[in-house]
Design a protein around this ligand. Sequence first.
Ligand SMILES: [Zn+2]
Length: 251
Amino acid sequence: MPLYKDEGLVLRTVKLGEADRIITILTRDHGKIRAVAKGARRPKSRFGARLEPFMRASLLIATGRSLDVVSQASTLGAYADGIVHDYDAYLNASVIVETADRLFTALEEPSPVQYRLAIGAISALSRHLHDPRDISESYVLRALALAGWRPRLDACVVCGEPRKPVAFSIPAGGVMCATDRTPEARRIGERGVTRLRALLNGDWTVLDAASGHNPDGGTDAATPVDHGDLVEKWAEYYLERPIRSARLLDS
Ligand SMILES: [Zn+2]
């Protein structure tokens, strides 16, 4: 079987047969792939924990007739360690991998830029660099923007004037002024728009100040600027299916 090398982030795994697993991997150069890891569920598997969700691995893969087969895997980033023991980090990491999974079902081309964005978000979560929800929401907005769904935040989507935004319309793709707002648009204030802009630009100075996140891992009770589930709904609308992990976040 022909072999190829790549690196990838494990998005999810499912059991196959007695001892194998099918691993869904977001790769840098081959987009999203599914490959069998033979014997991965045996206690002494040669893969160990290297092919668990949220792990980043260097891979040697054999092209199969129906499914590819993982031939070798070595760890490049053991991000799962910092994620699976922290419920908030875990839920938000699940939103990230689910969004990446969904997005790469829609995208046909591999995208090293998308790959780096996902790696950056999972790595930041595992190191508790920022508020976990900020990390996942920023990832979702940026990944969708890269794919072509960038919300317009600088001017009203109807008149194009940079007037004071009063609402945000998901189907129309951005903010609206008081004159043009449509009934389905959600109310949003200046602070909400500032937050969305910071999430979209990955402006962590603004986001950390708003969430009260400090690098020691604690979060001071600052007044959060809440935009509800706007980011989740944005992703749902453009990816056309509810994001399961996000449901858990709201409960
Ligand atoms: Zn307008």
